[in-house]
Design a protein around this ligand. Sequence first.
Ligand code: LLP
Length: 425
Amino acid sequence: MAEPKTSRPFYRPQAGGELHCGGVSLESLARRFGTPLYVYSANQIAERLAMFQQALAGRDHLVCYAVKANSALAILKLLAKRGAGFDIVSGGELERVMAATPEAAGRVVFSGVGKTAAEIDAGLKAAILAFNVESEAELALLAARARKLKIRARFALRVNPDVFADTHPYISTGLREHKFGVDIRRARAIYRSAAKDRWLEAYAVSVHIGSQIRSADPFGAAIARVSKLAMQLREDGITLKAIDAGGGLGIDYHDGAFDAAGKVEEYAEALNRALGEFDGRLLIEPGRFLVAQAGALVTRVLYVKRNGKKTFVITDAAMNDLIRPALYQAHHEIVPVRPRAGRACVVDVVGPVCESGDFFARDRKLVPVEPGDLVALLDAGAYGMVQSSNYNSRPRAAEVLVEGAKARLIRRRETMADLLATERV
Ligand code: LLP
């Protein structure tokens, strides 16, 4: 049974047949592990990483997977084994990397606008590759902690290049009005003053302009500004070893052809072109592009309910399992695991949570489904499970990783005992 090459690892071995991932049917997984269930393809994640590695093969580079997109230990491990580094944004994510793959600590960059002294200490002790520093105050704290622990801190200043990226306002970060980074016009002075501190080593300059950006152009524009800064710093006697271009490359959440490898090549070309004479290392921090399309959220239909003109398909997954549609009006394709014959109708697909915002799709044309049927919400591998919650006291879903013909549970379903464990009456 050959797995066809598409942008998603979910396919039907027979036309109109049951949906599979790798060699396993989603129906068998739902029977074995229950629903709602996150299912990921290890193959696809590895393939996507290889796309970046191949596209950047011509230069010294490191792909630092953005852990926030999906922090499952098994996924971190599979990426680390293939040479990936990590972009983290909290002490918790550092602990995840250390739990999954401690040997990768030297390939970790630490981003985030609100690092605490304890988090900085943990990063210094783990000898991470670099801190992506987001303010002068943070740089001062980093220097103080480094002096105290007598561990030299490598840092990159995260600059704000003032580049507009066309994406959802909640996930756009590269404008001066955003809370991220420091104004690129201030950067030179900050590096110069940091050069006087023997506990600080200016390792790189970093930038991240936002997420789910579909065009390569804004990345090129940002990197052109950043490499210009690196050249100016060289004149000042400060030679940066790396440029960190951040993450943000978008995928296609809609149905239809999507040439992932082509997108990555276009992106790599834009970065390479913009780097110009800069001959140091290139770091990138992709999250979504590596894991989103590798994952689906499999859920069972509980009820089909008609209210006046509207039809609601009520599933056992809810906004607490996948909040992207509710939070960003994000589109996820919804497909039946075993399609039924009949005409498609327009429905709302909703969860059991007591909020009207608890929907996966509104006015969506969907082939007929009946209670008991399974449906898969596609492209849910990034910012799905990691943004889940226990709202309505709903235990969180289980996660399964498919490796070829085998599937294994990488996170068991939460129980009510897990939820109650931290509380006292
Ligand atoms: N690096 C930094 C510093 C970031 O802040 C992010 C994402 C990334 C890398 C990875 O970006 P990616 O390659 O995944 O686009 N929850 C939202 C996305 C938030 C992204 C936040 N930062 C969503 O579900 O669309």
